[in-house]
Write a protein that binds this ligand. Structure first.
Ligand SMILES: Cc1cc2nc3c(=O)[nH]c(=O)nc-3n(C[C@H](O)[C@H](O)[C@H](O)COP(=O)(O)O)c2cc1C
Length: 159
């Protein structure tokens, strides 16, 4: 299966989780993966077959919500065919609160069909050696779980 991964991940935790989930969904059916890092630029209009691919949306949790800047990066995106959306929030192991609810509303407003959602703890952006918060995460166990989540999403889409 081919999917499209869109992620906003300033400190890189979400990028690792997004990659593991996409590995689980795609299962090496293709020798390349479609992904777009939105750290420095907004998404632009996607064309052709990409418009029908399942899209993995990965965002960090800021103050219990989807960050405004992530909304800005994804703002122009539209689905014309109700394509499946996989919603992913990464958080610094405090709480993910309303972030997935925000993301769900955001993608529904843009025509996507959310079919799965997951929250994954990652090292907190404010973690230091003196005050570590989820330091070193995602670790191998986290990444295996993310890949397994992707595999279950794949099964659901193929069912
Ligand atoms: C401004 C700001 C607010 C944050 N708020 C939360 C929060 O409410 N709950 C939480 O668990 N982590 C919070 N975090 C931690 C991030 O969600 C966490 O570090 C996440 O893994 C960052 O994703 P990234 O590595 O993909 O950039 C916050 C981080 C920042 C910078």
């Amino acid at each position: 299966m081919k999917s499209l991964s869109l992620y906003f991940s300033p400190t890189g935790g979400g990028e690792k989780i997004a990659k593991a989930i996409q590995n689980g969904i795609d299962q090496n059916d293709y020798d390349y993966q479609f992904s777009l890092n939105l750290n420095k630029r907004p998404v632009s209009a996607e064309t052709g077959e990409i418009e029908t691919l399942p899209v993995i949306f990965t965002i960090p949790v800021y103050g219990g919500h989807m960050p405004k800047v992530a909304m800005e990066r994804l703002n122009t995106l539209r689905s014309e065919c109700n394509q499946p959306a996989i919603l992913v929030a990464v958080y610094g192991n405090r709480a993910f609160e309303k972030a997935l609810i925000d993301l769900e509303a955001f993608v529904r407003e843009r025509g996507f069909n959310p079919i799965a959602a997951g929250a994954f703890p990652c090292e907190h952006s404010y973690s230091t050696d003196e005050t570590p918060i989820a330091a070193g995460r995602p670790d191998n166990t986290d990444l295996k779980m993310a890949e397994e989540f992707g595999r279950l999403v794949r099964e659901k889409i193929l069912r």
